[in-house]
Design a binder for this molecule. Structure first.
Ligand code: KG4
Ligand code: ZN
Length: 340
């Protein structure tokens, strides 16, 4: 089966074509970061309007690059939530209209399931069951992924997500939006240990996270000394080290507790090189394997939505009627395709 997918949950518009036999045939993306940079964050209404402009050309491009016509498709997948309602509606409306016109099933995908499945686009791919560390701009979760659509939450953040902590600390350091990758780049010039910051909840038992205290600690560090370029880099290094330490510490604890041999890392923060290196090294020392998507499939993309759509359609899921999108949608509500 071949699936066309659309992603529009936040500030990236994307389309992709995935073939069950031949693999990923195309993936196109337009990032709206330049549009939102001026405001220091995503402006929902601007995001929706831009998706309306970008999505259809991206669909055309994805089909063209894949060398397929709508007749070749077996279904259309789109992100149905969680995310910005207006942004989600633009993708859902286009996907369902195209599906109606072309006589195809349209299937709404949970954005986080897309992130969780993204490492399965790679070779070698992880197998179920496995432990997943999902770290994005909006979520920080440790999940026992038992099968497609069967996800058990082991722990999550009580306040800010890891990506949000990267972004907020970056903003305090005067870095432009989106700050995570910029802070990681600046941290390369910083000295390890020059700006020690707290590791929230790392010394407590359990698998919960908390990152909101880090902003306060960074504000204090900024005020404590004159902020020249060297000091900014040291603080950036301190932030990255603190977040990576906490994520690694908790992920490895979960790996030990759950007894799984495979750890999947997904979501935008999974693109962080220091996190990738640390997890690889420390998991290997325990005899476990770590699976990451390539960096461009850590952040939002349509390839991961196409894979979730393909797996669900091939698993026998039938499209639900109506244009339902959900701003909030707990992952635990998902079901395997046969039961969905
Ligand atoms: O998964 P994603 O693209 O969007 C959401 O669904 O949230 O994640 C975006 C988040 C942002 O907070 C961004 O700053 C962070 O991922 N991010 C990074 C890196 N690349 C993206 N954080 C740290 N280091 C990176 N290299
Ligand atoms: Zn995402």
């Amino acid at each position: 089966m071949m699936v066309l997918a659309l992603e529009s949950s936040c500030d990236e518009s994307a389309a992709a074509v995935l073939d069950g036999r031949r693999g990923l045939l195309s993936h196109e993306l337009f990032s709206q970061v330049d549009l939102h940079r001026l405001y220091g964050g995503v402006v929902p209404e601007l995001a929706s309007r831009d998706h309306v402009r970008r999505l259809l050309p991206l669909v055309r491009q994805a089909l063209e690059r894949a060398g397929v016509s709508p007749r070749d498709l077996g279904g259309i997948a789109y992100t149905a939530g969680p995310g910005l309602v207006g942004a989600l509606l633009t993708g859902a409306a286009l996907a369902r209209s195209l599906a109606r016109g072309w006589g195809l099933p349209a299937i709404g995908i949970h954005h986080l399931e897309g992130h969780l499945l993204a490492p399965l686009l790679e070779d070698p791919a992880p197998s179920f069951p496995h432990l997943a560390l999902l770290v994005s701009g909006g979520h920080t979760m440790l999940i026992e992924a038992r099968a497609l659509g069967d996800y058990h939450l082991l722990g999550e953040t009580r306040d800010d997500a890891a990506g949000e902590a990267f972004d907020k600390c970056a903003k305090l350091l005067g870095l432009p939006y989106p700050g995570g990758p910029q802070l990681a780049a600046l941290a390369k010039q910083g000295r390890a240990g020059a700006c020690p910051l707290p590791r929230p909840m790392l010394d407590r038992p359990g698998l919960e996270f908390s990152f909101s205290g880090l902003k306060t600690a960074v504000s204090l560090a900024i005020r404590a000394q004159p902020l020249d370029d060297g000091r900014r880099a040291d603080i950036a290094r301190g932030v990255e080290d603190a977040i990576v330490d906490v994520l690694c510490g908790k992920a490895l604890r979960a790996l030990d507790q759950a007894g799984f041999g495979e750890l999947v890392v997904a979501g935008g923060v999974g693109a962080n090189l220091r996190l990738r290196e640390r997890l690889q090294r420390e998991a290997a020392a325990r005899g476990a394997r770590v699976f990451f998507p390539r960096a461009e499939f850590c952040t939002d993309n349509a390839a991961m939505i196409a894979l979730a759509g393909l797996m669900r359609l091939e698993g026998g899921e039938r499209p639900a009627p109506g244009l339902a999108v959900r701003a909030r949608w707990p992952l635990a509500e998902l079901r395997p395709p046969a039961a969905a």
